[in-house]
Ligand binder design. Structure first.
Ligand code: 5AD
Ligand code: FES
Length: 341
Protein backbone atom coordinates (compact mmCIF):
# COMPACT_ATOMS: atom_id res chain seq x y z
CA UNK A 1 0.00 0.00 0.00
CA UNK A 2 1.61 3.23 -1.04
CA UNK A 3 0.73 6.70 0.20
CA UNK A 4 1.45 10.19 -1.12
CA UNK A 5 4.94 10.17 0.43
CA UNK A 6 5.85 6.96 -1.39
CA UNK A 7 4.54 8.35 -4.64
CA UNK A 8 6.28 11.71 -4.25
CA UNK A 9 9.61 10.07 -3.33
CA UNK A 10 9.42 7.67 -6.28
CA UNK A 11 8.59 10.51 -8.66
CA UNK A 12 11.52 12.62 -7.52
CA UNK A 13 13.95 9.71 -7.63
CA UNK A 14 12.88 8.99 -11.21
CA UNK A 15 14.32 12.36 -12.31
CA UNK A 16 17.73 12.51 -14.01
CA UNK A 17 20.47 13.32 -11.46
CA UNK A 18 21.12 16.85 -12.71
CA UNK A 19 17.49 17.80 -12.49
CA UNK A 20 17.00 16.20 -9.08
CA UNK A 21 20.08 17.91 -7.64
CA UNK A 22 18.99 21.26 -9.10
CA UNK A 23 15.57 20.84 -7.47
CA UNK A 24 17.20 20.01 -4.13
CA UNK A 25 19.58 22.96 -4.38
CA UNK A 26 16.80 25.40 -5.30
CA UNK A 27 14.59 24.24 -2.40
CA UNK A 28 17.54 24.52 -0.02
CA UNK A 29 18.54 28.02 -1.12
CA UNK A 30 14.89 29.15 -0.95
CA UNK A 31 14.75 28.12 2.72
CA UNK A 32 18.31 28.80 3.91
CA UNK A 33 19.85 31.08 1.31
CA UNK A 34 23.62 30.36 1.30
CA UNK A 35 23.87 29.47 5.02
CA UNK A 36 25.51 26.25 6.14
CA UNK A 37 24.88 25.69 9.84
CA UNK A 38 27.81 24.30 11.78
CA UNK A 39 27.46 21.90 14.71
CA UNK A 40 30.39 20.93 16.90
CA UNK A 41 30.30 17.13 17.21
CA UNK A 42 31.74 15.49 20.32
CA UNK A 43 32.04 11.70 20.18
CA UNK A 44 31.82 10.82 23.86
CA UNK A 45 32.22 7.04 23.95
CA UNK A 46 32.89 4.18 21.57
CA UNK A 47 32.25 1.45 24.16
CA UNK A 48 29.12 0.04 22.61
CA UNK A 49 27.22 -2.86 24.15
CA UNK A 50 25.29 -3.47 20.94
CA UNK A 51 26.36 -5.25 17.81
CA UNK A 52 24.71 -3.63 14.80
CA UNK A 53 25.94 -5.58 11.79
CA UNK A 54 27.12 -2.48 9.89
CA UNK A 55 28.84 -0.61 12.67
CA UNK A 56 32.56 -0.63 13.37
CA UNK A 57 32.19 0.21 17.06
CA UNK A 58 29.85 -2.70 17.79
CA UNK A 59 30.98 -4.94 20.65
CA UNK A 60 32.16 -7.61 18.24
CA UNK A 61 35.12 -5.53 17.06
CA UNK A 62 37.65 -6.94 19.53
CA UNK A 63 40.60 -5.11 17.99
CA UNK A 64 39.26 -1.63 18.64
CA UNK A 65 40.61 0.29 21.65
CA UNK A 66 37.65 1.55 23.65
CA UNK A 67 37.49 5.00 25.20
CA UNK A 68 35.17 7.16 27.21
CA UNK A 69 35.63 10.90 27.45
CA UNK A 70 35.40 12.30 30.96
CA UNK A 71 32.80 14.96 31.62
CA UNK A 72 35.68 17.43 31.93
CA UNK A 73 36.95 16.48 28.46
CA UNK A 74 33.47 16.91 26.97
CA UNK A 75 33.02 20.28 28.69
CA UNK A 76 36.49 21.35 27.56
CA UNK A 77 35.77 20.46 23.93
CA UNK A 78 32.48 22.36 24.05
CA UNK A 79 34.16 25.38 25.67
CA UNK A 80 36.82 25.48 22.95
CA UNK A 81 34.11 25.18 20.30
CA UNK A 82 32.18 28.01 21.91
CA UNK A 83 35.33 30.15 21.98
CA UNK A 84 35.71 29.47 18.25
CA UNK A 85 32.20 30.86 17.81
CA UNK A 86 30.01 27.75 17.61
CA UNK A 87 26.51 27.90 19.09
CA UNK A 88 25.35 24.35 18.43
CA UNK A 89 26.82 21.14 19.84
CA UNK A 90 26.04 17.47 19.36
CA UNK A 91 27.18 14.94 21.94
CA UNK A 92 27.03 11.48 20.43
CA UNK A 93 27.99 8.13 21.81
CA UNK A 94 27.65 4.41 21.65
CA UNK A 95 25.03 2.66 23.70
CA UNK A 96 27.25 2.54 26.74
CA UNK A 97 25.80 1.88 30.21
CA UNK A 98 28.35 4.29 31.69
CA UNK A 99 26.59 7.06 29.79
CA UNK A 100 23.16 6.36 31.24
CA UNK A 101 20.36 8.94 31.46
CA UNK A 102 21.42 10.24 34.88
CA UNK A 103 24.98 10.98 33.85
CA UNK A 104 23.78 12.53 30.59
CA UNK A 105 21.35 14.71 32.51
CA UNK A 106 24.15 15.97 34.78
CA UNK A 107 26.27 16.56 31.71
CA UNK A 108 23.47 18.56 30.08
CA UNK A 109 23.18 20.75 33.16
CA UNK A 110 26.94 21.26 33.28
CA UNK A 111 27.04 22.18 29.58
CA UNK A 112 24.23 24.67 30.12
CA UNK A 113 26.13 26.25 33.02
CA UNK A 114 29.32 26.32 30.95
CA UNK A 115 27.88 27.56 27.67
CA UNK A 116 24.78 29.50 28.73
CA UNK A 117 21.18 29.25 27.61
CA UNK A 118 21.76 30.45 24.08
CA UNK A 119 23.49 27.43 22.61
CA UNK A 120 21.62 24.46 21.16
CA UNK A 121 22.45 21.10 22.78
CA UNK A 122 21.82 17.93 20.84
CA UNK A 123 22.10 14.44 22.23
CA UNK A 124 22.51 11.19 20.28
CA UNK A 125 22.72 8.15 22.53
CA UNK A 126 20.26 5.68 21.11
CA UNK A 127 16.88 4.39 22.18
CA UNK A 128 15.80 5.11 25.75
CA UNK A 129 12.62 5.04 27.80
CA UNK A 130 10.27 7.97 27.40
CA UNK A 131 10.81 9.03 31.03
CA UNK A 132 14.53 9.20 30.44
CA UNK A 133 14.07 11.39 27.37
CA UNK A 134 11.79 13.62 29.47
CA UNK A 135 14.44 13.94 32.20
CA UNK A 136 17.10 14.80 29.65
CA UNK A 137 14.93 17.50 28.13
CA UNK A 138 14.41 19.02 31.57
CA UNK A 139 18.18 18.90 32.10
CA UNK A 140 18.80 21.17 29.13
CA UNK A 141 19.11 18.98 26.02
CA UNK A 142 16.88 20.43 23.34
CA UNK A 143 17.48 18.25 20.29
CA UNK A 144 17.89 14.50 19.75
CA UNK A 145 19.30 12.49 16.86
CA UNK A 146 18.20 8.89 16.33
CA UNK A 147 18.49 7.49 12.83
CA UNK A 148 15.99 4.83 11.80
CA UNK A 149 18.84 3.46 9.61
CA UNK A 150 16.55 1.60 7.19
CA UNK A 151 12.78 1.68 6.69
CA UNK A 152 12.70 -2.04 5.86
CA UNK A 153 11.41 -3.73 9.06
CA UNK A 154 13.00 -7.12 8.29
CA UNK A 155 16.37 -5.66 7.38
CA UNK A 156 16.26 -3.38 10.40
CA UNK A 157 15.69 -6.32 12.73
CA UNK A 158 18.34 -8.42 11.02
CA UNK A 159 21.00 -5.69 11.18
CA UNK A 160 20.24 -4.18 14.57
CA UNK A 161 18.68 -7.03 16.54
CA UNK A 162 15.80 -4.78 17.59
CA UNK A 163 12.61 -3.84 15.79
CA UNK A 164 12.14 -0.74 13.65
CA UNK A 165 8.92 -0.10 15.57
CA UNK A 166 10.94 0.48 18.75
CA UNK A 167 12.99 3.15 16.99
CA UNK A 168 9.89 4.79 15.57
CA UNK A 169 8.21 4.83 18.97
CA UNK A 170 11.27 6.54 20.45
CA UNK A 171 11.11 9.17 17.69
CA UNK A 172 7.46 9.74 18.50
CA UNK A 173 8.24 10.11 22.21
CA UNK A 174 10.95 12.66 21.43
CA UNK A 175 8.58 14.65 19.28
CA UNK A 176 5.82 14.57 21.92
CA UNK A 177 8.26 15.78 24.55
CA UNK A 178 9.08 18.86 22.53
CA UNK A 179 12.53 17.97 21.22
CA UNK A 180 13.75 19.12 17.85
CA UNK A 181 13.94 15.64 16.32
CA UNK A 182 16.49 14.26 13.90
CA UNK A 183 16.59 10.87 12.27
CA UNK A 184 17.86 9.51 8.98
CA UNK A 185 19.26 6.45 7.28
CA UNK A 186 22.13 4.86 5.40
CA UNK A 187 21.99 4.30 1.67
CA UNK A 188 23.53 1.24 0.02
CA UNK A 189 22.91 -1.28 2.81
CA UNK A 190 22.86 -4.89 1.51
CA UNK A 191 20.07 -5.53 -0.99
CA UNK A 192 19.68 -1.82 -1.70
CA UNK A 193 17.60 -0.94 -4.73
CA UNK A 194 15.51 1.95 -6.03
CA UNK A 195 12.38 0.80 -4.20
CA UNK A 196 14.21 0.77 -0.88
CA UNK A 197 15.72 4.20 -1.48
CA UNK A 198 12.27 5.61 -2.23
CA UNK A 199 10.83 3.91 0.87
CA UNK A 200 13.59 5.37 3.08
CA UNK A 201 13.07 8.88 1.71
CA UNK A 202 9.30 8.47 2.07
CA UNK A 203 9.57 7.37 5.70
CA UNK A 204 11.77 10.36 6.56
CA UNK A 205 9.23 12.66 4.90
CA UNK A 206 6.26 10.95 6.56
CA UNK A 207 7.86 11.39 9.98
CA UNK A 208 7.96 15.14 9.34
CA UNK A 209 11.51 15.29 10.70
CA UNK A 210 13.17 18.50 11.84
CA UNK A 211 16.57 17.13 10.83
CA UNK A 212 17.66 14.12 8.78
CA UNK A 213 21.13 12.65 8.30
CA UNK A 214 21.61 10.56 5.18
CA UNK A 215 24.95 8.90 4.54
CA UNK A 216 26.32 6.07 2.43
CA UNK A 217 26.93 2.75 4.19
CA UNK A 218 30.66 1.99 4.17
CA UNK A 219 31.55 -1.68 4.88
CA UNK A 220 33.87 -2.16 7.85
CA UNK A 221 36.18 -5.18 7.88
CA UNK A 222 35.60 -6.07 11.53
CA UNK A 223 31.82 -6.42 11.14
CA UNK A 224 29.50 -9.14 9.81
CA UNK A 225 29.05 -6.94 6.71
CA UNK A 226 32.79 -6.95 5.92
CA UNK A 227 32.27 -8.42 2.47
CA UNK A 228 29.23 -6.33 1.57
CA UNK A 229 29.64 -3.81 -1.20
CA UNK A 230 28.89 -0.21 -0.46
CA UNK A 231 27.21 1.67 -3.29
CA UNK A 232 29.16 4.91 -3.02
CA UNK A 233 27.95 8.47 -2.93
CA UNK A 234 25.29 8.69 -5.63
CA UNK A 235 22.30 7.12 -3.82
CA UNK A 236 22.99 9.30 -0.77
CA UNK A 237 23.10 12.45 -2.92
CA UNK A 238 19.86 11.53 -4.65
CA UNK A 239 18.18 10.82 -1.30
CA UNK A 240 19.36 14.17 0.12
CA UNK A 241 18.02 16.05 -2.90
CA UNK A 242 14.67 14.23 -2.90
CA UNK A 243 14.19 14.67 0.84
CA UNK A 244 15.07 18.36 0.57
CA UNK A 245 12.19 18.81 -1.86
CA UNK A 246 9.83 16.90 0.44
CA UNK A 247 11.01 18.52 3.69
CA UNK A 248 12.07 21.98 2.53
CA UNK A 249 12.48 23.36 6.08
CA UNK A 250 14.41 20.47 7.65
CA UNK A 251 18.08 20.64 8.53
CA UNK A 252 19.95 18.10 6.39
CA UNK A 253 23.65 17.56 7.06
CA UNK A 254 26.30 16.89 4.47
CA UNK A 255 27.55 13.82 6.32
CA UNK A 256 31.06 12.77 7.22
CA UNK A 257 30.29 9.42 5.56
CA UNK A 258 29.55 11.28 2.29
CA UNK A 259 32.93 13.01 2.63
CA UNK A 260 34.58 9.68 3.34
CA UNK A 261 33.37 7.83 0.20
CA UNK A 262 34.30 10.75 -2.09
CA UNK A 263 36.75 13.62 -1.45
CA UNK A 264 34.13 16.16 -2.50
CA UNK A 265 31.18 14.22 -1.05
CA UNK A 266 30.20 16.91 1.44
CA UNK A 267 30.44 19.72 -1.12
CA UNK A 268 28.29 17.74 -3.53
CA UNK A 269 25.76 17.11 -0.76
CA UNK A 270 25.64 20.85 -0.05
CA UNK A 271 25.07 21.50 -3.74
CA UNK A 272 22.17 19.01 -3.82
CA UNK A 273 20.17 20.29 -0.85
CA UNK A 274 22.15 19.78 2.38
CA UNK A 275 22.60 22.77 4.71
CA UNK A 276 24.51 21.53 7.77
CA UNK A 277 28.07 20.41 8.58
CA UNK A 278 29.09 18.63 11.74
CA UNK A 279 32.86 18.83 12.26
CA UNK A 280 34.25 16.83 15.13
CA UNK A 281 35.48 19.20 17.85
CA UNK A 282 36.43 16.47 20.34
CA UNK A 283 39.98 15.46 21.26
CA UNK A 284 41.92 14.66 18.06
CA UNK A 285 43.59 11.60 19.61
CA UNK A 286 40.19 9.89 20.01
CA UNK A 287 38.80 10.49 16.55
CA UNK A 288 40.40 7.40 15.04
CA UNK A 289 38.76 5.17 17.63
CA UNK A 290 35.22 6.29 16.86
CA UNK A 291 35.57 4.07 13.86
CA UNK A 292 32.03 3.59 12.58
CA UNK A 293 33.46 2.81 9.14
CA UNK A 294 36.90 2.79 7.49
CA UNK A 295 38.32 5.81 5.70
CA UNK A 296 36.73 8.37 8.02
CA UNK A 297 38.01 11.83 7.13
CA UNK A 298 39.66 14.59 9.18
CA UNK A 299 41.16 12.11 11.66
CA UNK A 300 44.41 14.00 12.09
CA UNK A 301 42.94 17.45 12.32
CA UNK A 302 42.24 19.26 15.49
CA UNK A 303 38.51 20.04 15.37
CA UNK A 304 39.04 23.78 15.24
CA UNK A 305 41.29 23.42 12.19
CA UNK A 306 38.37 21.84 10.38
CA UNK A 307 36.47 25.10 10.65
CA UNK A 308 38.95 26.90 8.36
CA UNK A 309 38.98 24.00 5.94
CA UNK A 310 35.18 23.84 5.90
CA UNK A 311 34.91 27.57 5.19
CA UNK A 312 36.87 27.04 1.98
CA UNK A 313 34.90 23.95 1.06
CA UNK A 314 31.49 25.60 1.39
CA UNK A 315 32.70 28.65 -0.54
CA UNK A 316 33.43 26.29 -3.47
CA UNK A 317 29.68 25.70 -3.81
CA UNK A 318 28.67 29.32 -3.21
CA UNK A 319 27.74 28.92 0.45
CA UNK A 320 29.08 30.27 3.74
CA UNK A 321 29.39 28.91 7.27
CA UNK A 322 26.83 30.12 9.79
CA UNK A 323 27.78 29.76 13.47
CA UNK A 324 24.33 30.50 14.88
CA UNK A 325 22.11 27.96 16.65
CA UNK A 326 20.61 26.97 13.34
CA UNK A 327 17.20 26.04 14.72
CA UNK A 328 15.30 23.89 12.28
CA UNK A 329 12.67 26.08 10.58
CA UNK A 330 10.57 22.91 10.37
CA UNK A 331 10.65 22.69 14.18
CA UNK A 332 9.91 26.38 14.62
CA UNK A 333 6.98 26.14 12.23
CA UNK A 334 5.41 23.08 13.84
CA UNK A 335 5.82 24.50 17.36
CA UNK A 336 4.45 27.91 16.38
CA UNK A 337 7.68 29.83 16.94
CA UNK A 338 9.19 32.56 14.84
CA UNK A 339 12.57 32.10 13.25
CA UNK A 340 15.20 34.47 14.68
CA UNK A 341 18.34 35.51 12.88
N1 5AD B 1 28.89 3.18 7.29
C1 5AD B 1 28.25 4.37 7.27
N2 5AD B 1 27.58 4.88 8.31
C2 5AD B 1 27.55 4.15 9.44
N3 5AD B 1 26.98 4.38 10.63
C3 5AD B 1 27.26 3.34 11.46
N4 5AD B 1 28.03 2.45 10.82
C4 5AD B 1 28.22 2.92 9.55
C5 5AD B 1 28.91 2.43 8.41
N5 5AD B 1 29.56 1.26 8.42
C6 5AD B 1 26.08 5.52 10.88
C7 5AD B 1 24.72 5.05 11.39
C8 5AD B 1 24.64 5.69 12.76
C9 5AD B 1 25.58 6.86 12.62
C10 5AD B 1 26.11 7.40 13.91
O1 5AD B 1 26.63 6.37 11.83
O2 5AD B 1 23.69 5.56 10.56
O3 5AD B 1 23.34 6.10 13.13
FE1 FES C 1 38.26 18.58 8.71
FE2 FES C 1 38.69 19.53 6.25
S1 FES C 1 36.85 19.38 7.32
S2 FES C 1 40.14 18.94 7.76
Amino acid sequence: MSDRFDRAAAELLALPDDELFARGDAACRAAFSDAVHVRGLIEASNACVRACAYCGIGRGNAGLPRYRLSDAEILGAARRGREAGLSSFVVQGAEDPEFGPLRLARLGEALRRELGGEVALTLSFGTMRRDDYAGLKAAGWDRYLLRFETSDPELHLALRGSPLSERLRALEDLRDLGYEVGSGFMTGLPGADEARLAADVALAARLGLDMAGIGPFIPHEATPLASAEGMGLRPALRAVAALRVLLPLANLPATTAAGSVAPDGRERSLAAGANVLMPNVGPAERKREYELYPGKICLDEDGMKCLGCLGLRVASVGKRLDFGRGDSPAYLARTGQEATA
